[in-house]
Ligand binder design. Structure first.
Ligand SMILES: Nc1ncnc2c1ncn2[C@@H]1O[C@H](COP(=O)(O)OP(=O)(O)O)[C@@H](O)[C@H]1O
Ligand SMILES: Nc1ccn([C@@H]2O[C@H](COP(=O)(O)OP(=O)(O)O)[C@@H](O)[C@H]2O)c(=O)n1
Length: 253
């Protein structure tokens, strides 16, 4: 009998919860979206939520250096995240915020806003609610997902990469007027790492039971394959059939 592999696909594990943490430029977003799309899981970018609340603070004249002012305003904006890995979406008070949350102004302010306990409490509640309400399983990426937001996640991944690789990836993305040199990008990343790792509440940290994956020398495809294999193992599906990358790339959630 003739069997084609065109319809061969990775199985979607039932309601598996995957936490992917790590510093900027290690590949969290790209990996999380691709893993979710391949396995038919939902996807949540918690960094986008912290960026969204920061964008709102900047737009509404809140001094982001004043933790008290940020805390007082923390409950005001309505932030809604989509969970389709093919079409990540985020709105603030009903307005599409996908583009403005990626500006340098937001990037420069986000660590200060996300260090405020009232902001973290609100975002953590929102993230848990989204993870709980998806019946299909979800990949959630951020800084504190494995340690604080979803400590009972079925699988925890902590991505790392050398500062040089991370800066090269980030400055490769920032083309046009916001592009910064490699050194400036590396310094900005180091400052954000220090702020995110040094804050009192829920700092960027690897959970004890997380799998650490150093992505410095790996292609994105290799990282995705590694995480997909780990998800399949925890979901008890065993090794997946060997299909070509192109066969799997077209799957959607
Ligand atoms: N393993 C990898 N090798 C090379 N480039 C990568 C790799 N993983 C991600 N990238 C690229 O690096 C940039 C940052 O990746 P991203 O997924 O946004 O990281 P993070 O979410 O951790 O900040 C993107 O342009 C992405 O395409
Ligand atoms: N779970 C999370 C996710 C992001 N963040 C904050 O949000 C910022 C932006 O996160 P991000 O994931 O969009 O950052 P990039 O890695 O894309 O540059 C981080 O630098 C943290 O300050 C957080 O505190 N906790």
């Amino acid at each position: 009998m003739f069997v084609t592999v065109e319809t061969a696909a990775r199985t979607a594990p039932a309601a598996v919860i995957v936490a992917i943490d790590g510093p900027s430029g290690t590949g969290k977003s790209s990996t999380s979206k691709a893993v979710a799309a391949k396995l038919g899981l939902r996807y949540l970018d918690t960094g986008a939520q912290y960026r969204a609340i920061t964008w709102w603070m900047l737009n509404n004249g809140v001094d982001v250096a004043d933790a008290g002012a940020v805390a007082t305003a923390a409950a005001k904006p309505s932030i809604v995240s989509g969970t389709d890995p093919e079409r990540p979406a985020i709105t603030v008070d009903g307005a599409d915020a996908s583009a403005p949350i990626r500006t340098q102004a937001v990037t420069a302010a986000v660590s200060a806003v996300s260090a405020v306990p009232e902001v973290r409490a609100r975002m953590t509640d929102l993230q848990r609610e989204i993870a709980r309400s998806t019946g299909r399983g979800i990949v959630v990426e951020g800084r504190d997902i494995g340690t604080t937001v979803l400590p009972d996640a079925d699988l925890k991944i902590f991505l790392t990469a050398s500062p040089e690789a991370r800066a090269a990836r980030r400055s490769g993305e920032l083309k046009g007027k916001e592009a910064a040199g490699l050194d400036a990008t590396r310094e900005a990343l180091a400052r954000r790492d220090a702020a995110d790792s040094g804050r009192t509440v829920s700092p960027l940290a690897k959970a004890e039971d997380a799998h650490e994956v150093d992505t410095t020398e790996l292609s994105l495809e290799q990282v995705v394959e590694c995480v997909v294999t780990l998800v399949e193992q925890v979901a008890g599906d065993g090794p997946a059939p060997a299909t070509g990358t192109a066969d799997r790339a077209g799957q959607s959630a």
